[in-house]
Write a protein that binds this ligand. Structure first.
Ligand code: IPM
Ligand code: MG
Length: 356
């Protein structure tokens, strides 16, 4: 029976890049039935809400969700904030679908080794940020609010169970890589971080073969900029993971190339997940054929690997992306002298042509 994938193109460049990912998935020969649904500003315009009930239902009845990006200036000022694409669609979708484990690999592409803005960008980066995605300050109760014009607060909450399940996920991923994990927190200041550290250490007892170290988040940010090649698995809470994954991905020099997976159970066995590029909806370049579809295409490859039991198709797509880059094809974001500028859909076609 065919796998069922719900596609949420979203806003800005979302629809253009998801078109290319669907094109590549179809060409890969993977047996998938696609269903499309609205999310974000596009859903708000059509139905008055950024996350319609039908969209949540469509996500709940499939094996995996492929999402473009949401948001844009047209919806940034909507009141209440729960009508805005980020707060009203992306966060509740992660929570409703139970997607607590966010994997954000940052890997240097051979063809783009010199693109890193870091002095030591030549050091090859191959790390994964394992970010807790449905807890912490993004979802604390009581909900963040403004008490009067001059005071606002947000609440950071973590329970032992929430920390344990993401820690287990991190350790399991470390086992599939180099058996090293760095847990990142702010235990010198925050109580949630002290709980985090305690639970991560307890979990480490079950994974004696994995070596664990701890870093404070400010030091981790500095170390990624100093020498990102020292990292393998970085395990951290929601907001620190948001920030560190942007730093780590830029260190590779190619934000437009980085995929992500958000999973509802520890990685390793086939599991439901939502797959999206790390980049946003880039409304400034939407509709111009300038967007880089590779992060979305690589997210589709992660989907094949983690949710659709199709690691072989995933490998073929990842190799095809590398080959297209080796032919010096570049979208505008990674264009440089002596390379060939292509549009979003030409890049998708090139990946299809390289599938073997
Ligand atoms: C991300 C984004 C989101 C986040 C925003 C858009 C809510 O920055 O996925 O990294 O902070 O989680
Ligand atoms: Mg972010």
């Amino acid at each position: 029976m065919a796998w069922k994938v719900t596609v949420l193109p979203g806003d800005g460049i979302g629809p253009e890049v998801t078109d290319e990912a669907v094109k590549v998935l179809k060409a890969s020969g993977a047996d998938i039935e696609f269903e499309f649904a609205l999310v974000g500003g596009a859903a708000y315009d059509a139905s008055g809400h950024p996350l319609p009930e039908e969209t949540v239902e469509a996500c709940k009845r499939c094996d995996a969700v492929l999402m473009g990006a949401v948001g844009g200036p047209r919806w940034d000022k909507l009141e209440p904030v729960t009508l805005r694409p980020e707060v009203g669609a992306l966060l509740p979708l992660r929570r409703e679908l139970g997607l607590f484990a966010n994997l954000r690999p940052a890997k240097t592409m051979e063809a783009l080794v010199h693109a890193s803005p870091l002095k030591d960008g030549r050091n090859l980066i191959d790390l994964v940020v394992v970010r807790e995605l449905t807890g912490g300050i993004y979802f604390g109760t009581p909900r963040g609010r403004r008490d009067d014009g001059n005071t606002a607060f947000d609440t950071c909450v973590y329970s032992r169970d929430e920390v344990r399940r993401i820690a287990e996920c991190g350790f399991q991923i470390a086992r599939t890589r180099s058996n090293r994990i760095v847990s990142v927190d702010k235990a010198n200041v925050l109580e949630t971080s002290r709980l985090w550290r305690e639970v991560v250490e307890e979990t480490a007892g079950v994974y004696q073969d994995v070596s664990l170290s701890h870093l404070l988040v400010d030091n981790c940010a500095m170390q990624i900029v100093r020498d990102p090649s020292q990292f393998d698995v970085i395990l951290t809470e929601n907001m620190f993971g948001d920030i560190l994954s942007d730093i780590a991905s830029m260190a590779t020099g190619s934000l437009g190339l980085l995929p992500s997976a958000s999973l509802g159970s520890a990685a390793g066995t086939r599991t439901f997940g939502l797959y999206e590029p790390v980049h946003g909806s880039a409304p400034d370049i939407a509709g111009q054929g300038r967007a880089n579809p590779l992060a979305m295409i690589l997210s589709a490859a992660m989907m094949l690997r983690h949710s659709l039991d199709s690691a072989d198709h995933a490998d073929r797509i990842e190799n095809a992306v590398e080959s297209a880059l080796c032919e010096r094809l570049r979208t505008a974001d990674i264009f440089e002298n002596d390379t060939k500028l292509v549009t979003t859909s030409e890049m998708g076609d090139a990946v299809v042509a390289k599938l073997v």
